[in-house]
Design a protein around this ligand. Structure first.
Ligand code: SF4
Ligand code: SF4
Length: 377
């Protein structure tokens, strides 16, 4: 049986920003047009019941409930109080449940930070780098950049007495027009010790990345960050993407949606209760993630039988021939599922970032080997 442990709730289907790479609003999928702007309390209740029922039935030892959007803070503080209270009252006693929120930070004032601390919510903020990078894509409807607001939100969290449990770190979309070192140094200058990097999901074989001088611009960006991080060698600075990569290189299993190729462990519930697989698959076509299932009348596990959901479950067995024969298969795992897509043959392809992934993995493996060889002399 599929073991879902991360449940992403679309608290809203609206946003106060207009990021040009956003898979919710700016790519192929238009399903947000048919969603209520905020998940209703009846849907929160049915979703908590469905997730709690699933966790009880399959004896899930832990569950992470992630409030997402759109921009989740637009749902309001009362909504969050109700949602967390409802989940806490429904989840089975044997299942350790934690809560997180992914926000753009624009509305995250002190009252929000206090509320998140009170509710035991870990908050991650989206930040793409210094203003020259962040504000080139993460803008509001008037075209104004949001870097100032995102950094102000991070500083509020950092000032809070409960900061250690409160701050989930920053999530950064890779933008190879900038040197990765600049991005890393900017984050470190803000005192950020927990960060993750995401390859843009809008790229697939129908829309491959273009316009870069280097044949491996994404690897070059990530390698420059890796080298900076590796040489800083600060025990408290964590980069989730590199942590996963290093663990995979030494043969550990990692539940990552972008490396390793293990079956995914997440379920998405949209604002109207629609049960869906990985939401970034929205980039593959309009309505792509719609399964016709809803927490108001379907158990969560019914989704696992659906052919679209099966894509996320097959793991390495679902890889194309090229990936199956690749020496890096166990580490790369074909990369992130949406990046393998092509309209004509679905996901039967390597990642559109294949060349970048190969270069990055060889570089990281080389750095480890060099360190081990050096320390044994
Ligand atoms: S803040 Fe997030 S949801 Fe809003 S437009 Fe940007 S990427 Fe999309
Ligand atoms: S995407 Fe490329 S590097 Fe990754 S497993 Fe497939 S062939 Fe190998």
């Amino acid at each position: 049986m599929y073991a879902a442990s991360t449940f992403i709730l679309k608290a809203t289907s609206t946003c106060n920003l207009r990021c040009d790479y956003c898979y919710m609003f700016e790519l192929a999928d238009r399903s947000f047009e048919h969603q209520p702007p905020v998940m209703g309390s009846d849907v929160v209740d049915s979703t908590a019941r469905a997730i709690a029922g699933y966790c009880a039935k399959f004896r899930q030892p832990k569950a992470l409930i992630v409030f997402h959007g759109g921009e989740p803070t637009l749902a309001g503080q009362g909504w969050f109080r109700h949602a967390v209270k409802t989940f806490r009252s429904q989840m089975p006693p044997g299942c350790t449940t934690s809560f997180a929120m992914q926000t753009n930070g624009v509305l995250l004032d002190d009252a929000w930070v206090d509320l998140c601390a009170e509710l035991g919510l870990s908050v991650s903020v989206s930040l793409d780098g210094p203003p020259s990078v962040h504000d080139s894509q993460r803008v509001n409807a008037a075209g104004a950049g949001s870097h100032h607001d995102a950094v102000a939100a991070i500083e509020r969290i950092q000032r809070h007495a409960g900061m250690e449990h409160l701050f989930g770190g920053v999530l950064c979309v890779v933008n190879p027009n900038e040197d990765g070192r600049t991005i890393y140094r900017h984050f470190r200058s803000l005192g950020i010790t927990n960060m993750d990097f995401l390859l843009p999901v809008e790229a697939n074989w129908d829309h491959p990345p273009s316009g870069f001088a280097s044949p491996t611009p994404f690897a070059d960006y990530l390698i420059s960050i890796f080298d900076e991080w590796w040489s800083e060698n600060h025990p408290k600075v964590r980069i989730a993407y590199f942590d996963s990569l290093l663990r995979l290189l030494v043969g550990s299993r990692v539940h990552s949606d972008s490396l390793g190729g293990d079956p995914l462990t997440m379920i998405v519930v949209d604002c109207n209760g629609s049960i869906e697989p990985v939401d970034s698959l929205r980039s593959c076509g309009n309505g792509f993630t719609q399964l016709g299932l809803n927490t108001q009348h379907d158990p969560i596990e019914r989704a696992f039988q659906h052919p679209t959901f099966q894509l996320a479950l097959t793991g390495q067995e679902g890889l194309c021939q090229t990936c199956r024969e690749c020496e890096l298969r166990d580490v790369c795992g074909g990369g992130y599922l949406p990046s393998r897509f092509r309209q004509s043959n679905g996901f039967d392809n390597p990642s559109v970032y294949c060349t970048d992934l190969m270069k990055l993995i060889h570089h990281v493996a080389g750095a480890c080997t060099h360190q081990l060889t050096g320390s044994s002399q």
